[in-house]
Design a protein around this ligand. Structure first.
Ligand SMILES: Nc1nc2c(ncn2[C@@H]2O[C@H](COP(=O)(O)OP(=O)(O)OP(=O)(O)O)[C@@H](O)[C@H]2O)c(=O)[nH]1
Ligand SMILES: [Mg+2]
Length: 422
């Protein structure tokens, strides 16, 4: 069941709205639905505490021949969300999206700085699988403020100060749309639906989570033990979930995990803007980060994802190699060694798609560690940046971005997939 129904004949358009806090998700949902179905934040109103904004909500409407379903999801990376709440949201989300998605709209307010949008894209990919990327489109809100600046969207994106917005659009294959949620305009909805139908046509139908598909037991992957666990943390943003990462990893894999773990700080460029080194950032920063770094044997690395320069990866790989050398090889424990057997056991049960889910997550975990293993080998063999990149391309990894993604996702996968193993 890879495709539910193809584009133009499909009577249902199902749209998932994601994005950071107060980006305009609920307002955009209401604009599409043509009525106030979702609760919108009222500016300057402080006593909204009684209303719970951290719920997945949905609404339907008929637009022409199409039944349009809208799913409004709260910011999954909101540091104020506790673990139980986050789990509940993820469950609600997966259940409501299980019948297929026509598009995932990443809601981004124009005329504001980009914040954690890239992480949200990564999170969506972790949750639904990498294929969902083809269905992600940026929905810019606050178009009215652009009008006040007397700028067109193209002019705004091309401006040198908005390279981060342009980068987001590029990451979503150039797909974007603008909404002014303060204006009733059928035209902006109609154009959005046309763009969504184009996405469905290009991908021959809706996106269906792989974990929902049935797979044969022949597909069982081989389990590869990892060289390294990399916890990815954005400089200046330290969530409750991240604070407990090492503790959770230890609970699953035992104390020795510390020796195999390294912190990868991203957004080095942000530090450069503040004229700070990573060491200074750590010294003056949150004591929880300091103790996390300490618990990883003071192994850390700082990466600028905006500069796809290969030397920084080479440095990162050297650090990983040093760690591997010190540890004399892979991380091995009963969990990894027993995983393959466990997969087979679960497959035997073949219970309500549980096996699919498990396999699906395992596949990701393996792919990520494969990247690291393979890159280390190539760098050893080739020792030449240009050739290494060519080799990556030859092996089907389109560019270094693929490698960045692999590294970036490792921390999250380490957390999420290990819980899958548990
Ligand atoms: N001027 C203007 N304001 C907007 C637009 N879209 C949303 N807003 C305002 O932005 C604020 C946040 O909007 P919401 O729709 O509640 O944002 P949200 O993403 O659902 O917020 P959470 O559910 O808390 O994550 C509200 O005050 C909206 O009125 C827009 O296109 N133009
Ligand atoms: Mg909302």
């Amino acid at each position: 069941m890879s495709v539910i129904s193809s584009g133009p004949d499909d009577p249902v358009i199902r749209i998932l709205l994601m994005g950071r806090n107060t980006s305009g998700k609920s307002s955009s949902g209401n604009t599409i639905l043509g009525e106030k179905m979702f609760k919108v934040h009222i500016q300057q109103k402080k006593n909204e505490a009684e209303y719970d904004f951290s719920e997945v909500c949905d609404g339907k409407t008929q637009i022409g021949e199409k039944q349009v379903h809208v799913i409004d999801c709260p910011d999954l990376l909101d540091p104020d969300l506790n673990k139980e709440k986050l789990e509940m949201i993820k469950e609600q989300l997966i259940s409501r999206c299980s019948t297929g998605l026509s598009a995932v709209l990443l809601v981004v307010p124009l005329v504001r700085d980009v914040q954690n949008e890239e992480e949200i894209i990564d999170y969506i990919k972790c949750l639904f699988g990498p294929e969902v990327q083809k269905y992600v489109m940026i929905l810019f809100t606050h178009e009215d403020e652009l009008e006040e600046l007397d700028e067109t969207i193209d002019e705004h994106l091309k401006h040198k100060d908005h390279a981060d917005l342009q980068q987001l659009v590029t990451e979503c294959g150039g797909k974007f749309h603008c909404f002014n949620n303060k204006k009733e305009s059928y035209d902006q909805i109609q154009k959005l639906l046309m763009k969504i139908e184009r996405i469905m046509m290009r991908n021959s139908g809706k996106f269906v989570m792989k974990r929902m598909r049935r797979r044969s037991s022949m597909d069982a992957p081989e389990v590869i033990c990892p060289h390294a666990f990399i916890i990815v943390i954005k400089v200046g943003r330290f969530t409750e979930e991240e604070k407990n990462t090492i503790k959770e990893l230890k609970e699953v894999f035992g104390e020795q995990i510390e020796k195999y773990t390294m912190i990868l700080f991203t957004h080095k460029d942000q530090l450069e803007k503040e004229n700070k080194t990573i060491e200074e950032f750590l010294q003056d920063g949150d004591p929880n980060i300091q103790s996390l770094v300490q618990s990883c044997g003071n192994r850390f690395f700082c990466l600028n994802n905006n500069s796809a320069s290969f030397p920084q990866f080479k440095d990162l790989i050297s650090k990983i190699e040093m760690m591997v050398e010190e540890n004399e090889g892979y991380f091995r424990n009963d969990i990894f060694e027993g995983t393959e057997k466990c997969i087979q056991e679960i497959q035997k049960l073949d219970h309500l798609g549980l096996a699919e889910e498990f396999l699906y997550e395992e596949e990701h975990l393996i792919k990520t560690h494969e990247y690291i293993r393979v890159i280390v080998t190539w760098l050893n063999e080739i020792g030449d940046d240009v050739n290494a990149i060519k080799e990556l391309k030859r092996k089907g990894i389109s560019n270094t971005e693929a490698v960045i993604c692999a590294f970036r996702s490792t921390g999250k996968l380490a957390k999420q997939d290990m819980c899958g193993v548990q």
